[in-house]
Every structure is written in C-alpha cells, then in structure tokens.
Design a protein around this ligand. Structure first.
Ligand code: ADP
Ligand code: F6P
Length: 324
C-alpha cells in the first residue's frame, strides 16, 4: 500500500486552457481539507526543475474560479523528454518534500507525469487542453469555453456575412484534431466543416453545396476549417473564384484560449481536481482522471496514452446533412 502524501505539488503544462484555475483551486482546497500541504509549481516542468514553487493555502486560490488562463503560468519544456532532466526533477521533488504531483495538461504533459511516476513520484494527470483530443476522456478542461468563444465570434461573422451576401471562412484551433471545428460547425450552422480526420473534396463538399443551396435562396455562408487543414487562405480564395461569392477568412487563433470559463467547465474542472487529490490520498499514482458518460473515472497513464480518440461519425453525419 503506497503512503498518503504529506505535501503535493500542482502544475499546469502545455497550452493553457480556461478552467485550469478551477482545477487548481479544487486541488488546493481538497488537499487543505485533508491536511495535505500544496506547493504551486510555476511554469510547468521547467518551473519544477528550477524550484519555482510557492505554498498555496485556502486564501491563495480565492477569486480565480471565474478567470481564464492559469495562475501557475505554463510553459513547454522539450528537454523534459530526456531521462537526465527527469532525474533532476525527481531530485527537486525530494528537496522540496513533494511526495505527490498533480499535472494539468495534455497527452504530452501526461508523458512527463508517467516518467516521474515510474521514478517514484506518484503523479495524477488532469486533462487540460481546449483541443479535447485526449482519448481517455470525453471532456478536457477548456473545450467547452473555447467552443462557446468560437460560437460567439462566428455569430458575429454571420451578421456581416448576411449583410454582404458573403462567405465567411473561419479557421479554429485544435492542433491536429477537429473536435472544436466539428462541434462549432453544428452549433454555428456551417455549410461545411473541414477537419484533419476526414478527407474532403473542395468542389463537391463546399462549392457544389454552396451552388445548390444558393438556388434555394441561401445567400450567405459559414465554412469552418480546423487549423490542421493548413490552407484556409487558399480555400477562401478558391471559394470566391469558383462561386463568385465574396469570401473572407477569419483566423480566431489564440482568442480561443482565453475567456471566462463556462459553468460546465468550472464544474468538470473542480470535480477532476478533487478526484486527483483523492487518488493521491489513496496512495495511488501514474493515473489520469477522465470523464466517461459524464462521470469522473480514472485510468492508468499507460492505458490512457494507448487509447485512440476518433471523431464521432454520427456527429459528422449530422453536421453534413443538416447544413444544406
Ligand atoms: P500537451 O501537454 O498539451 O500535450 P505538449 O505536448 O507541449 O503539450 O507537452 C507539454 C510538456 O510536457 C512539454 O513541454 C514537455 O515538458 C512535456 N512532455 C511532452 N512530451 C513528453 C514526453 N514524451 N516525455 C516527457 N515529457 C514530455
Ligand atoms: O493545444 C492547444 C493549442 O491551443 C492548439 O489548439 C494549438 O494548435 C496550440 O495549442 C498552439 O500552441 P501555442 O500556444 O504554443 O502557439
């Protein structure tokens, strides 16, 4: 039976996401409630290596649940892939008295957590990325807020597209995944959604669909393109050339990474933060917290990282067929 930690660390790693502060707050409050000390590690694994920590008490996480970003900052630290660097992190944990670690981030961050767990520092991962591309969970912190940010901005674009009889092509984030794009496509009534997980033919999937719906009286269009498609500018020009409809590209970019976390975000992040502390208190490590069928569960990190996430075929079908 592994021992209950006396002091745990918490860090945020990889791309930041709205809701991370809610998770941090839950970790700190749950641990303090259980008599476990919390050290906030700033700037991800880089901060751990540098010993950039400060103790977090109940009042240190006041008024953050409603704020985007992460109070612990985040950073990318490519050298953490090297075992020698990981060994330095283990030594730093021992120096600081950290005997458990909560890592809030994506799959890359979970790989770091696995390495530390295998070296004797029990780690629990919490899925935090707007991409929602972590296979072990149906929900990642940041996704709901990012989706609603996209919706709010596409609704604004729809106003001006409608006024000018235009086509708005909107590039959204997702790194290599189309979850934001697909959900936004349905929520915003896009005529087409291009995602890296699906082949597409611009002539049949966009141009001909626009020409057919023009005949039914539709006179403005929204096309959502995931950033993984990588040629949204060329797509926009091609649409205008082939249809004669003025087309404009909007790249939403890092707007999607900020904003006030939604209610769903805050609840999921808080519950996952609480569960991470429970797992450490139970003497567990090398696990990731996840949401399956709207319930909070947990998996061994190796099992989680070996899972594969697919685009929901039915969702893709709905997006295609109701957008005519
Ligand atoms: P995300 O966690 O959102 O996937 P990254 O892929 O950028 O974001 O990973 C965040 C950090 O996790 C990296 O900067 C690095 O410090 C660490 N990391 C990523 N991959 C590994 C790996 N294979 N082994 C150890 N640490 C890793
Ligand atoms: O992983 C989250 C994410 O926002 C991706 O959607 C995006 O491609 C990437 O981070 C951008 O990374 P950076 O903030 O380092 O430019």
């Amino acid at each position: 039976m592994e021992k209950t930690p006396r002091t745990i660390g918490v860090l945020t790693s990889g791309g930041d996401a709205p809701g991370m502060n809610a998770a941090i707050r839950a970790v700190v409050r749950a641990a303090n409630f259980k008599g476990i000390k919390v050290l906030g590690i700033q700037r991800g694994y880089q901060g751990l290596l540098n010993g950039e920590v400060r103790e977090l008490g109940l009042r240190d996480v006041c008024d953050i649940i409603q704020r985007g970003g992460t109070m612990l900052y985040t950073a990318r630290c490519p050298e953490f892939k090297e075992e020698a660097t990981q060994d330095k992190a283990v030594e730093m944990c021992k120096k600081l008295g950290i005997d458990g670690l909560v890592v809030i981030g994506g799959d890359g961050s979970f790989c770091g957590a696995r390495a530390l767990s295998n070296k004797g520092i029990p780690c629990i991962g919490i899925p935090g990325t707007i991409d929602n591309d972590i296979a072990s969970t149906e929900y990642t912190i940041g996704f709901d807020t990012a989706l609603n940010t996209v919706i709010e901005n596409v609704d604004r674009l729809r106003d001006t597209s409608q006024s000018h009889d235009r086509c708005s092509v909107v590039e959204v984030m997702g790194r290599h995944a189309g979850h934001i794009a697909l959900h936004a496509g349905i929520a915003c009534g896009a005529i087409a959604v291009l995602i890296p997980e699906r082949e597409y033919n611009i002539d049949t999937d966009i141009i001909e669909r626009m020409q057919d719906t023009l005949k039914t009286g539709k006179h403005h269009f929204i096309v959502i393109v995931a950033e993984g498609i990588e040629n949204s500018q060329e797509i926009t020009k091609y649409i205008q050339q082939k249809t004669g409809i003025e087309s404009r590209l909007t790249v939403l970019g890092h707007i999607q990474r900020g904003g006030i976390p939604t209610g769903k975000e805050r609840v999921f992040a808080s519950v996952m933060g609480y569960r991470a502390v429970e797992l450490l208190e139970e003497g567990k490590g090398n696990r990731v917290v996840a949401v399956q069928n709207s319930r909070t569960v947990d998996f061994d990190i190796n099992e989680a990282l070996n899972m594969h996430k697919r685009i929901d075929d039915y969702l893709y079908k709905v997006a295609y067929e109701i957008s005519i």
